[in-house]
Write a protein that binds this ligand. Sequence first.
Ligand SMILES: Cc1ncc(C[n+]2csc(CCOP(=O)(O)OP(=O)(O)O)c2C)c(N)n1
Ligand SMILES: [Mg+2]
Length: 568
Amino acid sequence: MQPSPADHAHCLHAATASFFACLAANGVELVVISPGSRSAPLALAADRTPGLRSEVVVDERSAAFVALGAARASRRPVALVCTSGTAAANYLPAVVEASHGGVPLLVNTADRPPELRMFGAGQTVDQIGLYGRAVRWFHELPVGSDLAPAHASLLAARAVALATAERGPVHLNWPFREPLEPPAEAPLLAAPVRVAGAAVVGDPSPLVAAVRSTTDGVVAVGPAMYDPPTAQAIAGFAASAGWPLLADPASGLRTGGAALGMVASADLLLGTPGFADQQRPLATVRFGPPLTSKPYRLWLEQHRPSTSVVVDPGPLDWADPSDLTSIVVAGEPGPLAAGAAGALERPPASPWLDTWTAADKAAAAVLTARATGDDEITMVRALAELPAGAILVASSSMPIRDLDIALCARVEPLRVLANRGANGIDGVVSTAVGVAMVSAEPVVVFVGDLATLHDLGGLVTAARAGARLVVVIPDNDGGGIFSFLPVASAVDEATFRRLFHTPHGLDLVAIAAALGATAERVHAPQLPAALAAALERDGSSVLVVPLDAAANRRAFADLRGQVAAALA
Ligand SMILES: Cc1ncc(C[n+]2csc(CCOP(=O)(O)OP(=O)(O)O)c2C)c(N)n1
Ligand SMILES: [Mg+2]
């Protein structure tokens, strides 16, 4: 359905106004505008933003050099706005000079929406990557009216941080669909995202201020696989804050020591509607990428805490698919966490923290009682008992989520590694071979059957390299994850199986043996003994655990029901 013209105008201008308000909040003072029609939403928003001075220069070539001179002299990023077509091309000489001269320029070019490109619409040229390698960052925005104001704010913060940190121009290309005129009433703006640390890298004061603002906050740690000193510093910060510590299985914190306030079962707790509705976070401090847990993400989106601090070393690393960030703190997480912990007073007694830790205890009791079913919960219970110092490589799809759900905190170190950058199911066995090549500790890889078939070359590599590796395969004859998705009930069974579950019917034990591994079929409850034996062996071992995807899904539903009952 098309939005009404009024809604369209409101969305479009709320996005551009939020963008410029965020530039102003992060120290931008000047915008150089060249006249045009398609760029109206940018020009009007820039001109109306308090704290921004706008200057109009008709010739874009000259406008860009004016911005360059102003940015050079003021040592602050200066924004440029022009319309589509050769207008944008005229910025090139100044952009090249800014690139070589290390001058922060924020280049904003208006564009036609995708459906008007390549079919002869007026003033339409290919603006994607127009300045080539002369810019530090190029980004094509969503069509204006589809751009959420909070996202526009986040983009503005990133553009300023990048242009400043990387000393050079950045290019944002803005496609706009007509009508372009502003709404009758002033649009509602998103709160600007502040970038702390662009000037003073490593200043922990935003973390301290967030903690002082409320007792009802959480420290969340994504799959950053932090080293032990960093993990310890972050755990120390959470303890000083008196906030619960929600740590992804691949964070480096969940299974790396005793951390006060650790809530390992956050996915189960926040997947329980009563708990998630009642526990309303007022602030979060996140280290590293977003957490794997979907219930955690939905919980944040439901309550939208007003303070969301993200700690990440580089501007291109901040990830926030929910547009929640209010402050980005650039710098190394370990020193920042330690600095903040040092500045905090002893935390007051907090019913909020007590509720979390009591709930976590209840969920952990439910989990530890479940180690007998033919399901992935039982498999995780076995993997949770790997010897101290072991390394567990987890595949994307269900294995990493299984760990998130069912891996309790433990004191003896278990290092969990996962390819969470792009979440592919490819190359998982090969990744584990690489891990084993450089590690003296036992290495186990927990990898789905499809992911194993995707990387059979990894088993060949393991055999050729003589890698000491244990491959544990939850074999649900296809992509079990799809049974948890809405598509499972949206299409007929045969279509679901052919297009999504994709059963292969292959004997993975025979395949693994043929490729040089010691392979056996093991039922989930017998996994602890099989693992212990495999860890004693030289070369690679493959343990294939037969599972039924539907029964496994029921086991998880049952677990969630038990947790909900324990919390009620
Ligand atoms: C390289 C790549 N191709 C496709 C996908 C999409 N995908 C996500 S999960 C999945 C199924 C994985 O099945 P399996 O490894 O058996 O794990 P399970 O879901 O059964 O736990 C697929 C195909 C992906 N993430 N990466
Ligand atoms: Mg599978």
